[in-house]
Design a protein around this ligand. Structure first.
Ligand SMILES: [Zn+2]
Length: 367
């Protein structure tokens, strides 16, 4: 049975969880206890500011960010500025051991936030842009090994998606797609390709061939779109690239036909409220469109994008969404992330069961 709460369909289970947590559990505790699936997080964007500064010194990177005030380490003003900040982070990550440490820190943070399954982005074309001699296979193996340790010790499963960087051009994107296929065949947990970087100047259509190649080779395809460009970019990511999920996609709302396309095809959006605000994808003063998108029938999920660069956490993003949409809809967004993941069906069933058990436990054993 479905209730209509605030105009949105909310299942009995969601409603019951909502009522219960209002009565007995704070929204923060509710969020902390929810098992989570993470679909839009860049590994490099999880490097803590302190670690960045330490690495910059150790690796001899001359960066004003590393020597200025700690709180200004990752300061940026525009989306292009943000891309440069991301690039600077990659400049400090020079050796496989740096990436292994990064992956260990990521996993510890994910486990602490009850992330149970994650598909995270890596950007090897940015790594090798700065460090031509970096052995990518060895680096991804080092990341894999750190992530496997987290699986053994805490049950966290993490797979990897190779982001093709738009602004390096099509040929480089093709090289990265070929690399992703090699990494997948090397059994390093790479399951797909993504498309990131300068969306405003490099539209999805340019990358049709690398995406077709990767898909034909058995990889999944996702793409950032509707972040720094409008709804046509979202449509092209779906229709030309075959993207199975869209990173952000907030500007789809400018074109009802694109919203309808997302809803009809059940193509999930990976929404990252703080990122969307700070990069200008959502204008200052405007409400984040997750509420409107969810009400339009689009499959919405919540993530943190580059949490350290944006001074946020996955839990914090859930809190922002709870304030916008009400805590009751968080369970649906968490379920959406499981459904929209590329996990095997049996893994999805287990994740759903774990989520349902946690919600039930919050109902019956409030803390
Ligand atoms: Zn992203």
């Amino acid at each position: 049975m479905e209730y209509t709460l605030l105009g949105a369909h909310v299942s009995t289970q969601e409603k019951s969880a909502a009522l219960q947590h209002r009565r007995a559990v704070s929204v923060s505790d509710f969020i902390r206890a929810l098992p989570k699936t993470q679909l839009h997080c860049h590994l490099e964007g999880t490097l803590r500011a302190e670690s960045f500064r330490e690495l910059a010194v150790r690796r001899g990177v001359d960066s004003a960010r590393a020597t200025g005030p700690l709180e200004a380490t990752y300061a940026f003003a525009t989306f292009r500025d943000f891309l440069l900040t991301f690039a600077e982070v990659c400049k400090t990550l020079q050796q496989p051991e740096d990436y292994a440490r990064l992956a260990r820190d990521y996993a510890a943070g994910a486990v602490a936030q009850r992330v149970r399954y994650a598909e995270i982005f890596i950007s090897p074309s940015v790594w090798t842009y700065f460090h031509r001699d970096l052995d990518v296979l060895e680096t991804v193996a080092a990341i894999r090994s750190a992530l496997d340790d987290a699986r053994a010790s805490a049950g966290l499963e993490v797979t990897l998606i190779c982001d093709l960087t738009r602004n390096f051009g099509v040929e480089r994107a093709f090289e990265t797609a070929r690399l992703a296929v090699r990494l997948a065949r090397a059994d390093l947990g790479v399951i797909g390709i993504g498309l990131g970087g300068d969306e405003a100047n490099f539209p999805p259509e340019l990358y049709a061939e690398p995406f077709a190649f990767a898909r034909a080779s058995g990889l999944h395809a996702v793409a950032h779109a509707g972040e720094a460009a409008g709804p046509a970019s979202v449509r092209a990511a779906i229709e030309v690239l075959g993207a199975e999920r869209i990173g952000h996609g907030v500007r789809a709302l400018e074109e009802p036909a694109v919203v309808a396309l997302l809803a009809e095809r059940r193509i999930a959006l990976e929404l990252c409220p703080t990122s969307n605000r700070l990069t200008g994808a959502v204008p200052a003063g405007a409400p984040h469109p997750i509420d409107a998108l969810d009400r339009s029938g689009v499959v919405c999920t919540i993530d943190a994008d580059d949490p350290e660069l944006f001074s946020t956490t996955l839990e914090r993003e859930y809190e922002i969404v709870a304030a916008l949409c009400g805590g009751e809809r968080l369970v649906r967004f968490a379920r959406n992330a499981i459904d929209a993941s590329f996990a095997a069906p049996e893994r999805k069933r287990a994740l759903h069961a774990e989520l349902a058990a946690a919600v039930k436990s919050l109902e019956t054993n409030p803390r």
